[in-house]
Design a protein around this ligand. Structure first.
Ligand code: ATP
Ligand code: MG
Length: 442
């Protein structure tokens, strides 16, 4: 992509409304545009990152055996009356009437809709286990939307719903999502810690929030330092092996970790001073077992191996991709701007032409651009007539992992410069070496 043809509305000044660094940087880097209270448009740079985040989520959901679907945003109130939640759900739910005066709502979550699907088609235990997920916009009329996309009213959510014959099966499904989440967040360059969360009237210990430690987080959290060095399960993890998966969950739930609501002072006191991490955290995911909470009132049942009817046992598993984009920035930035982890970077390389119009600079940039893109790299080529200082500032602000800098003096010597955004390290290389560095053999 040529920057001259891209839409990157950079802000020079710090926007006053932004209280936290991710919000500030997302506005400054032209990633989002606020449309209304707690609602944002995603501009090209932001959309690229959001898509990469969703792709990782998708890959890990699929790997764990979940199947992607897409359910509507607007739902019928009648369905929610069946589960009993229409009246229970508070003011966060946006209630709407259609032209026939029917009660509708903008989905804050999808348990009812997905349970209706399962009720309609799934009749036997042989059709289970089943895990259906989608990535869809949600609306919650939050009391205090703030911090940009971190807590907005309209936001993207990946929500998965598992269905099993019994608690055993539901627990195995829960564990698969648990492990899938560990992999998902790590791939985004984040260290997420699963913390015991409140299960409310459902009871049991099958609810975890996945928390990123960050000073700007809205929750107070407590955990054992051991979490910071636990090994995240690799690509070869066998999601078909319930025992292997349960072992991983055990490893990741044994050291102490809890959010404020679940904090247990007695257990905490037993930890040595040096092992205690008391910090602020951002909730990026939440998994929850709820058994027959929806299947029973809505009549979603299957015939079991015993020939009898069983209400399916369910759980739901949420991740906030739009919040994650902000969380990644909170975890990875410096004074000059964003530092994208490679896996979610909007482009891999920022190619900077320091003197557009100079025949040699233009030629070398053109050659490198085709070579890098040919090698499968996403390149943002700064071919604008801005001055070098401005180009460097933009490149640092938007945080692409690598900058490849082509200037007239270097080119005359057959050399260019590459800069690693994270370490700030710069290296001068012959052009052919630079091509090799990014897999583009001359
Ligand atoms: P919170 O406690 O932050 O309000 P929640 O517990 O209500 O979140 P869940 O219902 O568990 O959220 O939703 C699943 C995920 O969706 C959350 O882990 C979070 O990543 C994301 N999410 C929830 N609310 C918002 C919001 N207002 N803006 C952006 N993302 C959100
Ligand atoms: Mg939650």
């Amino acid at each position: 992509m040529r920057l001259s043809q891209f839409f990157l509305p950079i802000l020079k000044e710090n926007p006053r409304e932004a209280e936290i660094v991710s919000h500030r940087l997302m506005l400054r880097a032209g990633m989002i545009r606020q449309q209304g209270q707690g609602s944002f448009s995603w501009l090209p740079l932001g959309k690229l990152v959001l898509d990469k985040v969703c792709r990782i989520i998708r890959e890990e959901q699929n790997r764990a055996g979940a199947l992607e679907i897409l359910m509507p945003t607007i739902q019928s109130a009648d369905l929610w009356r069946e589960s009993g939640r229409y009246d229970d759900y508070g003011k966060e739910m946006l209630r709407i009437k259609d032209r026939q005066d029917r009660d509708m709502l903008y989905g804050p979550t999808n348990e009812e809709v997905v349970t209706e699907i399962v009720r309609a088609y799934v009749k036997s235990y042989k059709d289970l286990p089943l895990n259906l997920y989608h990535i869809q916009w949600k609306f919650r009329d939050e009391v205090r939307p703030r911090f940009g996309v971190m807590r907005s009213r309209e936001f993207l959510m990946k929500d998965a719903y598992s269905f099993d014959l019994d608690f055993e099966g539901a627990k195995a499904a829960y564990n698969r999502m648990f492990v899938s989440y560990l992999r998902t967040f790590t791939r985004m360059g984040l260290q997420a810690i699963p913390m015991r969360a409140d299960t409310g009237p459902i009871g049991g210990d099958l609810s975890h929030e996945f928390i990123i430690l960050a000073d700007t987080g809205e929750s107070q959290v407590y955990c054992d330092r051991e979490y910071l060095s636990l090994q995240v399960p690799g690509e070869k993890t066998d999601f078909g092996n319930d025992v292997e998966i349960a072992d991983i969950v055990k490893t990741w739930t044994t050291p102490y970790a809890a959010t404020d609501e679940m904090h247990d002072e007695a257990a905490w006191d037993k930890l040595g001073e040096a092992d205690r991490v008391s910090a602020r955290g951002i909730e990026v995911g939440h998994i929850f077992h709820f058994g027959d909470k929806y299947s029973k009132p809505m009549g979603a049942k299957v015939t079991g191996p015993d020939g009898k009817d069983h209400f399916v046992s369910g759980g739901s598993y949420g991740i906030g991709p739009s919040r994650l984009v902000a969380a990644i920035i909170e975890a990875s930035h410096d004074d000059n701007g964003i530092i994208w982890p490679e896996a979610v970077a909007p482009f891999d390389i920022g190619l900077i032409n320091m003197k557009v119009g100079d025949a040699d600079c233009d030629r070398v940039c053109g050659e490198l651009y085709s070579a890098f893109t040919g090698a499968g790299k996403d390149v943002l080529y700064d071919d604008t007539d801005q001055r070098p200082g401005g180009k460097f500032a933009t490149a640092d602000l938007i945080g692409l992992p690598w900058q490849v800098i082509v200037g007239p003096r270097g080119v005359a010597a057959g050399e260019i410069e590459i800069k690693n955004r994270r370490t700030g390290e710069r290296e001068t290389l012959p052009v052919t070496e630079a091509r090799k560095r990014f897999g583009a053999i001359a």
